[in-house]
Design a protein around this ligand. Structure first.
Ligand SMILES: C[S@@+](CC[C@H](N)C(=O)[O-])C[C@H]1O[C@@H](n2cnc3c(N)ncnc32)[C@H](O)[C@@H]1O
Length: 364
């Protein structure tokens, strides 16, 4: 979940960080409500494009149990995701239900089916924010990476519709080598149409389609983040929300930063599939446990922490080549998914970031 979000206006996403600071455990849940998707994105960690025919989705009764459980343990925010949540038959009902439990509700959507009346219905039901990708300002490039003709126009229309009814909008971009040079222009465009929050995702080497297309990964993610940071400062941004352990890292920032660590590693977020499988990260599709098999376990918070630890110890080697590095206290070895994907068990973005700060390997 290596995402960095730049904010120009106040929004309710900050609440989950405030809760996290107090609670130091699960404060946010990403609920994948359906596997169905009408897009076929080249970088999709969920391989949703491959599941179009199956249409598997979370049963309403199970979804309600989940929401009640999440609310009981003090979760502050739910983000509906998928697949494509607007294809989920119970979306409006579930938004209302979550709202009744006092939860902040956001949604990742490709926007294709978000016409004005749908946007209004969802907003009135309790949704407060949508996140929608703009992957290029060249519509052919955007449509190609999203695997859907006409998607650029529908995306922009969806963002207008959402803003018009009162939803906060996040324009998000999965950074690739094909759009990294364009990202400043994407941010400028988004801001010019009134988008309140702009986000980048570092393309994660998730299983399946994302790994097959990993040649698309950006060439210089950290420099891109620095450029976006400068743009944010010079245009009056108010806050940066970072779930990336390498950002801001050593960069001295004038702007307020929420996070700056991996929210999954910190045990802040529950990422739940349509089957109730809980993943370590959206981009790591090995279930740690199934939440429906463990609802009677007592404290889900404690259980999750235990499973997280077990999972970490089983799958991720301790980043021994970070021992003694000045930055380790901040980055904790960086992103485990990026580390796992590199041959040296080292976050592959760290060298570029820590220019001049060489890890101090303690001699044997
Ligand atoms: C899997 S989609 C599901 C929700 C919805 N269908 C949509 O298009 O937003 C959620 C978002 O995760 C991000 N994403 C997906 N795969 C990714 C990857 N391999 N690396 C980084 N971000 C990714 C994209 O921003 C995508 O829009």
């Amino acid at each position: 979940m290596c995402v960095v979000t730049f904010d120009w206006e106040k929004n309710d996403a900050i609440e989950k960080f405030k809760t996290f600071n107090k609670k130091k455990s699960i404060s946010w849940a990403v609920m994948e409500v359906t596997e169905a998707c009408n897009f076929s994105c080249k970088w999709c960690y969920a391989n949703a494009g491959n599941n179009q025919g199956n249409g598997k989705y979370l049963k309403l009764e199970k979804a309600k149990i989940l929401i009640k459980t999440l609310s009981d343990i003090g979760v502050k925010q739910i983000t509906f995701s998928g697949g494509e949540p607007t294809l989920y038959p119970h979306l409006t009902d579930l938004v209302k239900y979550a709202k009744d439990y006092g939860l902040i509700i956001h949604m990742n959507t490709n926007g294709y089916y978000l016409n004005k009346s749908r946007a209004k219905e969802l907003y009135k039901s309790g949704l407060t924010q949508i996140q929608t990708n703009i992957d290029s300002l060249d519509k052919n490039k955007h449509d190609k990476v999203r695997g859907k003709k006409g998607s650029f126009e529908r995306t922009v229309k969806a963002l207008y519709n959402a803003m018009e009814v009162g939803l906060t909008c996040v324009s998000q971009t999965v950074l690739t080598k094909e759009n990294e040079k364009e990202i400043l222009d994407i941010f400028k465009f988004a801001r010019s149409i009134g988008i309140q929050r702009c986000r980048v995702w570092d393309m994660a080497p998730s299983d399946g389609i994302a790994k097959d297309n990993f040649y698309l990964k950006p060439t210089d993610y950290i420099s891109t983040l620095k450029k976006l940071y400068e743009f944010a400062v010079s245009t009056g941004a108010t806050n940066i929300e970072s779930a990336d352990p390498l950002f801001p890292g050593e960069l001295k920032t004038e702007l307020k930063i929420s996070g700056g660590f991996c929210v999954a590693m910190a045990g802040l977020v529950l990422i739940i599939s349509t089957h109730g499988d809980v993943y370590f990260c959206c981009a790591k599709r090995d279930p740690m446990y199934n939440i429906f098999d463990n609802l009677e376990t007592g404290s889900i918070d404690e259980f999750h922490k235990m499973k997280l630890k077990e999972h970490y110890n089983k799958f991720y080697k301790y980043p021994s080549n970070c021992i003694g590095c000045h930055s380790f206290k901040k980055c904790r070895g960086g992103c485990v998914i990026r580390r796992e994907y590199s041959e040296e068990n080292k976050d592959y973005w760290c060298n570029k970031f820590n220019i001049g700060i060489k890890p101090l390997i303690i001699p044997a």
